[in-house]
Write a protein that binds this ligand. Structure first.
Ligand SMILES: *[C@@H]1O[C@H](CO)[C@@H](O)[C@H](O)[C@H]1NC(C)=O
Ligand SMILES: *[C@@H]1O[C@H](CO)[C@@H](O)[C@H](O)[C@H]1NC(C)=O
Ligand SMILES: *[C@@H]1O[C@H](CO)[C@@H](O)[C@H](O)[C@H]1NC(C)=O
Ligand SMILES: *[C@@H]1O[C@H](CO)[C@@H](O)[C@H](O)[C@H]1NC(C)=O
Ligand SMILES: *[C@@H]1O[C@H](CO)[C@@H](O)[C@H](O)[C@H]1NC(C)=O
Length: 357
């Protein structure tokens, strides 16, 4: 076999075979399958698209929420398609040894093939709702995932699925209260919520965590999901620019201490912004955990290091935090918030993602 110098160099540098960076195992025809292709995806997914009538009009808030959900489902499709390709193509780090004691490669392929097809159907369903209401459907962007082995991919899948589990209930509230016919689709959102929870139970079990994390999972807000999603999207790669969706992308809040399931102090960092210096007097850190009221704690000792502001804050886990995902946010003011949406409305930096147990 003849190998060009460039590809030989690529092998030498990365130590892996010359597989393309973005392997793609989405189903034939996705995201616009023919009827026959859709039947094949449904078979792989273990069930069909809902066959009832779709709303022919939607309120503005529901359209915004569906734009977010469609983008999120398309991102999940890309992730699971790449994960499946990595496993089936024996990419280093994705072999059976990396899967832990309770998962075989054939089972992982079977499970992730089903999840991939289910996410494809979710994306098609979100776009069908938009289309039926006369809205343009969302096309896939290009994505990049900060993982290079099976364990880190599964931890990432747990994290982004937990964010979705906090966002879909917020979308249910929108559908139920905006006065539109979309109130009839609240149960559909509930069935997606439960379906994603089945997935995350498996992701947790693969990591030897209790499959169900806590009695009540952490909520959220559409703006947090919109922000988190964009960490995985190649900038300017979306055919439907994300800037056309009227949601807020916050500046990043990074948790730099490894959190543990106990009350402790955590270190955080945010980009330094001379126009918006983070201070203990003007800002606070807020946690969303379980279905508790948002918990506000003071920012301790913010210090600028180059283009970053670094500070610490108490993480009062023992005061009733949920296992699994907790969301942190730096807010404007030191206010005492009663709803997740009120926290999001005051957020400057976030969501900081904390996963324990
Ligand atoms: C991955 O899939 C997308 C959407 O189907 C397609 O546009 C893209 O060309 C594919 N990339 C590769 C490397 O196959
Ligand atoms: C697939 O493997 C490639 C090469 O290691 C990696 O860059 C990519 O992030 C992996 N994707 C997933 C979803 O694990
Ligand atoms: C911040 O500074 C670091 C180190 O000098 C640099 O690598 C990074 O790109 C900078 N980030 C921004 C957002 O300017
Ligand atoms: C913070 O809140 C104050 C008082 O409500 C407001 O005047 C100010 O513009 C806000 N700052 C930012 C950065 O949102
Ligand atoms: C926050 O609000 C609650 C209930 O309204 C009140 O009991 C508590 O004292 C307030 N905390 C602060 C720091 O203002």
């Amino acid at each position: 076999m003849r190998v060009s110098i460039v590809s030989a160099l690529a092998i030498a540098v990365t130590g892996v075979t010359s597989l393309p960076r973005y392997l793609n195992a989405t189903s034939p025809g996705f995201p616009n399958p023919s009827l026959a292709q859709l039947v094949a995806i449904e078979k792989q997914a273990g069930g069909s698209l809902p066959n009832g009538p779709l709303p022919t009009s939607l309120k503005a808030a529901a359209i915004t929420a569906l734009n977010l959900l469609a983008n999120n489902e398309l991102f999940e499709v890309a992730f699971f398609s790449e994960l499946l390709a990595n496993i089936t193509n024996n990419v280093p780090g994705y072999d059976e040894d990396a899967m832990g004691p309770h998962c075989s490669k054939p089972f992982a392929i079977k499970a992730i093939s089903a999840i991939l097809a289910q996410e494809e159907i979710h994306a098609i369903a979100a776009n069908a709702l938009l289309h039926s209401a006369g809205q343009p459907p969302i096309a896939p962007c290009q994505y990049s995932f900060p993982v290079t082995d099976f364990p880190s991919a599964i931890l990432l899948a747990e994290t982004f699925t937990d964010i979705a589990l906090g966002t879909v209930p917020a979308v249910q509230v929108i559908f139920a209260t905006d006065g539109g016919v979309e109130v009839g689709n609240v149960p559909l959102l509930g069935s997606i919520l439960a379906q994603e929870a089945e997935q995350t139970g498996w992701f947790r079990a693969l990591q030897q965590k209790t499959p169900s994390a806590a009695p009540f999972l952490t909520g959220g807000s559409a703006d947090y999901a919109f922000t988190a999603l964009q960490d995985f999207i190649v900038p300017e790669s979306c055919p439907t620019p994300l800037s056309t969706i009227p949601l807020t992308r916050f500046k990043p809040l990074t948790v730099t201490t490894k959190p543990e399931a106990r009350t402790m102090t955590l270190e955080f960092q945010v980009p330094y912004d001379p126009a918006e210096t983070v201070t203990a007097q003007q800002n606070a850190l807020v946690y969303l955990s379980g279905q508790n009221l948002p918990l506000t704690v003071p920012i301790i000792n913010p210090v600028r290091f180059g283009n970053l502001t670094v500070f610490s804050a108490s993480f009062p886990f023992d005061s009733g935090f949920a296992n699994g995902l907790t969301i942190a946010a730096v807010v404007n003011g030191t206010g005492n918030f009663t709803t997740d949406d009120a926290v999001a409305a005051a957020t400057l930096y976030g969501p900081g993602l904390i996963l324990v147990n």
